[in-house]
Design a protein. Structure first.
Ligand code: PLP
Length: 411
């Protein structure tokens, strides 16, 4: 009999969204007239912008002619897109990158999940808590976690709590860690780390030989001046950090699929005998072996994001979501709820009132005002007692939801 990778059996069930769907379906069956508004979704709702659509139509036509048809492209992405990324997303911040340091991919989910393959299974992993679950689960699959303990934590993982008590700024680990996942702006808390905080992490990584895996999937939502858009704005980060960016929330590519990962050549990790190897080389090897590139049509669509029209159009969509975020945040604050995020991110993270746990608050919101959000406990142990609402809905629903919360929610 073939043996399985038993680490998969250590994973917690994908309980969160299934349980939300079950509770909503049960309520709806008992209350068919209820008009349920979903503010739990982490997916965009606005269509691709015209500049992207036009570029993709043009690329489709190119695929129809022998002279312009494209087959397999470079696994790392086409240079036309890589150069736009470097010129627009990095050069304005004084960051210099080589074409072979940017890898175009089909999504940050794959990249943040796959990157751990480059690292030894004995590495110690630190993960902010609560956070996007992919970092944890992929390390569980790889065997870095041990078995889930009764406290809901994996003994092999160093959890870095981010709560209102520490202003959502993770403290440096007390023990030495090798891989550090940071997500800024953060999903689910919607909070960000200013330069001074990121500098602490870069300094820690340099001192301890750690690598920072910096997920900036929500970079486009940063509005405040002192928040770094890239970890490479911090001096020395190009020696210790890998950065992930995505077109998903930037330009509505959640279903179209395009992202990129920056692996500077200077970022190193060592063999047991202490020989240093460039992670850029290893990532290139991994991608060329296991990945065959993002479709030409999609990369042309992503390239159009950087045109003048593309920039104006995607900015309008991001502003639309951020107006929703403001409506949600201010609405919650106005009735005395503690709300965080929503200023540099499309997520609003609220403290459940009266010591309710995350699921109790979920049920209250569903039954009192017919609104669905996401229980914070689903994002990690420190998410208990919090709740996530998202700004990706349409304006009408967002306004209606907040009006209901203000007038009908009792707690
Ligand atoms: N990183 C974070 C923090 C996310 O919240 C998400 C999606 O929700 C992703 C990465 C995945 O992005 P992509 O659509 O590029 O796979």
């Amino acid at each position: 009999m073939a043996l399985i990778n038993e680490n998969y059996l250590k994973l917690q069930g994908s309980y969160l969204f299934a349980e939300i769907a079950r509770r909503v379906a049960t309520y709806k069956a008992q209350n068919p007239a209820s008009n349920i508004i979903r503010l739990g979704i982490g997916d965009v709702t606005q269509p691709l912008v015209p500049a992207v659509i036009n570029a993709m139509h043009h690329a489709v036509d190119e695929m129809a002619k022998a002279e312009t048809f494209r087959g397999y492209g470079p696994e790392q992405g086409y240079n036309f897109l890589i150069n736009k990324v470097i010129e627009n997303d990095y050069a304005p911040y004084g960051i210099t990158l080589g074409e072979d340091e940017v890898f175009i991919s089909d999504g940050s989910k794959s990249d943040v999940g796959n990157i751990q393959e480059l690292f030894g299974t004995n590495n110690t992993v630190a993960i902010t808590d609560p956070v996007y679950p992919v970092y944890l689960d992929t390390n569980v699959m790889a065997g870095r976690s041990g078995k889930l303990g009764p406290d809901g934590k994996f003994p092999g993982i160093v959890y870095l709590p981010c709560t209102a008590e520490n202003d959502f700024k993770p403290a440096l680990p007390e023990t030495k860690v090798d891989m550090i996942y940071l997500c800024c702006p953060n999903n689910p808390t919607g909070t960000v780390l200013p330069k001074s905080e990121l500098k602490k992490w870069v300094d820690y990584a340099k001192k301890n030989g750690s690598v920072i895996l910096f997920d900036a999937a929500y970079e486009a939502y940063i509005c405040e001046d002192d928040i770094p858009h890239s970890i490479y704005e911090i001096e020395g980060a190009d020696e210790v950090a890998i950065e992930f960016r995505s077109f998903s929330k930037l330009a509505g590519f959640t279903g179209t699929r395009c992202a990129y990962t920056v692996v500077p050549k200077k970022v190193m990790a060592v063999t047991k005998d202490g020989t240093a190897h460039s992670l850029n080389k290893l990532w290139n090897r991994r991608q060329t072996t296991k990945f065959n590139g993002v479709p030409y049509i999609v990369q042309r669509g992503a390239e159009a994001v950087y045109t003048e029209a593309g920039q104006a159009e995607i900015r309008a969509v991001v502003d639309y979501y951020m107006t929703n975020a403001k409506i949600i945040r201010e609405g919650l604050l106005s009735i005395g709820l503690e709300a965080y995020g929503g200023v540099n991110a499309p997520y609003i993270w609220l403290k459940t009132p009266k010591g309710m746990d995350s699921w109790e608050f979920f049920d209250k919101l569903l039954t009192n005002v017919h609104i669905v959000g996401t229980p914070g406990s689903g994002f990690g142990p420190s998410g208990e007692g919090y709740f996530r609402l998202t700004a990706f809905g349409n304006r009408e629903n967002t306004e209606e939801a907040i009006a209901r919360i203000k007038t009908k929610l009792s707690f």
